[in-house]
Design a binder for this molecule. Structure first.
Ligand code: UD1
Length: 373
């Protein structure tokens, strides 16, 4: 009897959040005998604390190749990933390429696949900010429109895709694979000692992260956000600094000023368990990251989004996330409004709807991929 050929799947990732989004799927795929699975790292993120630490913490296997693309302009980075990845896909000939999220690695992976007529599965499809000046919005829109399988984290994302004319048979509302990870890693988060190490008191500090070009590369916005931190002296800020952010803060001479402030703890980028622990125990999280907004929601901590818009608009409608942009005054007002909302969020988490599914998203992605064969 002829043996059915195993489905050959290649997952392409390269940036910090993509590792988290893919982790559970990688574990499931590696265990599944119906799948031949290859992981390719583009090397978009290369510092230990931007990449390898997550492989170690989440016990992920090494990639079969690291394209070592490193940093560069958007065009250069995307093009270099494409050129280097094409060599591998031509040699390996996968049946399907999976791309998570919305980074330059996502788009490059999708373009290489589509040019070789390899079907694409997009994880976290349908997220929209409707702001085409964000590189991520361009990356995810183009990727969605090249994809054969679109895995959406929320009902709103599904709606966005239908509005753009994407065939409903290609859309699978799986829930959010990042939620799978949060649930799975909670026991390890519980044991993490970062709160003690940093000398923090639970529910009294604010955690802040910024890395988006509109906040970091625009010196006016960067000054405006950091001004709000410096002025809010009655709350401790914990500020893990993304490498891109550190570079810009130094350029505008604000980095040393932040270091001088005793209520601001400037620290290096954190591992996964550490950041989740800090989110869970914060009084409020201020961020421009899409992932951290969701993690704050899952861990029942009030969030202030340092952007004018968000892909996770449902959390704003539920009043657990406030949009403050980069405006000093708005940020300070939002922080001062947190008390009551943060308290409600902690006391009544069960009343929050399961916007992002039940934590089985990666299994659903895998099932849909296997059926696609
Ligand atoms: C990228 C993604 C963004 C994602 C973010 C998570 C794009 C367009 N953006 O943004 O969607 O939310 O990752 O972090 O793909 N750098 C280092 N070490 C590293 C990586 C970067 O020092 O390991 C520095 C370099 O100076 C680099 C800068 O950070 O120029 C920006 O890195 P890049 O990969 O271009 O984008 P991110 O800002 O990390």
């Amino acid at each position: 009897m002829l043996r059915k050929k195993r489905l050959h799947v290649m997952l392409v990732l390269g940036a910090r959040p993509q590792i988290i989004k893919s982790a559970q799927l990688i574990h499931l795929a590696k265990k599944n005998s119906e799948i031949e699975f290859d992981l390719v790292h583009t090397g978009q993120h290369y510092d230990y604390e931007m990449s390898k630490v997550f492989f170690d913490e989440l016990k992920l296997p090494d990639a079969i190749a690291n394209l070592e693309v490193g940093s560069g302009t958007h065009a250069w980075q995307t093009a270099q990933i494409m050129i280097r990845l094409e060599k591998i896909t031509k040699f390996k000939k996968p049946d399907l390429i999976i791309v998570p999220g919305d980074t330059n690695s996502t788009l490059a992976g999708a373009l290489v696949a589509t040019k070789q007529n390899i079907p694409i599965a997009h994880m976290e499809a349908g997220a929209r900010s409707y702001d085409m000046s964000m590189p991520e919005e361009v990356n995810r829109r183009l990727t969605d429109h090249c994809s054969s399988l679109l895995f959406t984290p929320t009902a709103n994302c599904t709606k966005n895709l239908l509005k753009e004319g994407i065939d409903k048979d290609r859309i699978f509302q799986t829930g959010d694979t990042m939620y799978d990870m949060v649930l799975q890693q909670l026991p390890k988060v519980r044991k993490n000692i970062i709160i003690r190490e940093l000398g923090l008191v639970s529910k009294t500090y604010a955690l802040i992260t910024i890395h988006r070009p509109e906040n970091v590369d625009d010196s006016r916005n960067l000054r405006s956000i950091t001004n709000s931190m410096m002025q809010l002296e009655n709350i401790t800020f914990v500020f893990p600094v993304h490498p891109r952010t550190k570079k810009q803060l130094r350029k505008i001479n604000v980095y040393s000023k932040l270091l001088e402030k005793s209520h601001i703890k400037v620290i290096e980028p954190l591992g996964y368990h550490e950041i989740l622990k800090l989110i869970q125990n914060a009084k409020v999280v201020l961020t421009d990251s899409g992932g951290i907004q969701k993690e704050a929601f899952w861990l029942h901590t009030a969030c202030i989004t340092l952007r004018e818009n968000t892909e996770w608009i449902e959390t704003v409608h539920l009043k657990v996330n406030q949009l403050a942009g980069a405006d000093t005054k708005k940020i300070m007002e939002a922080v001062n409004r947190v008390d009551e909302k943060g308290e409600t969020l902690r006391k009544e988490p069960k009343k929050l709807p399961n916007l992002f599914g039940e934590g089985q998203a990666s299994q659903k992605v895998l099932d849909a991929i296997l059926q696609y064969q």
